[in-house]
Design a protein around this ligand. Structure first.
Ligand SMILES: [Zn+2]
Length: 191
């Protein structure tokens, strides 16, 4: 047992030494009980919606797992930086900041429905903001203890794309504020 533990410790230390990037991930704590159980089998529950935002069903789908090189080839550079490297776009720079048309904001990486335009509000922060996800299943919330702060990061349940952080100073009815990055989203107007 002792030997096993030491070995793990060594491996962990090696990863930490090689990439400072990985250090933050070691402190991530998955808050989504429903999907924590399914992550190990690489399947997740996702709620699907029609182009008119009508809920069409809750289905179990394989998680989308791609290499960093594959994501880089698929995504524009800014989207890759935010979704796969936990970046943040500059405030007031996002193309969806002032979009208020009726429709669905989907994941730029895997097209999973994430937010309905009806829950978008003006937060004054410079980032498109929503007070709730279109379905709790479709996002995963993770305690993020990087940079000596405890915050809650939000990712896409289907593909693990980093999306945003969520704060508890949002408007009614939820009091939540999902501070989104436009480059992580793809807006589909209602058909
Ligand atoms: Zn996704």
């Amino acid at each position: 047992m002792t030997q096993h533990y030491s070995r793990r410790k060594l491996i962990s230390k090696a990863i930490t030494t090689v990439t400072g990037f990985t250090v933050g991930n070691l402190f991530l704590q998955n808050l989504s009980d429903a999907n924590a159980a399914t992550n190990s089998s690489k399947e997740v529950w996702i709620v699907e919606f029609s182009p008119a935002s009508v809920r069409t069903g809750r289905i179990r789908l394989p998680k989308i797992i791609k290499s960093e090189a594959q994501w880089q080839a698929q995504l524009p550079l800014a989207s890759f930086y935010v979704t796969r490297q936990e970046g943040t776009e500059r405030p007031y720079s996002g193309k969806y900041l002032n979009v208020h048309d009726a429709g669905i904001f989907r994941c730029i990486c895997c097209n999973t429905a994430l937010f309905d335009s009806q829950t978008k509000f003006e937060s004054g922060t410079g980032w498109p903001s929503f007070y709730q996800p279109i379905a709790e299943e479709n996002i995963t919330q993770t305690k993020d203890r990087s940079l000596f702060m405890t915050r809650t990061a939000v990712s896409c349940t289907r593909c693990d794309a980093h999306l945003c952080r969520v704060f508890d100073d949002g408007p009614k009815p939820t009091g939540r504020r999902f501070c989104m990055n436009s480059v992580a989203l793809n807006f589909t107007p209602h058909a």
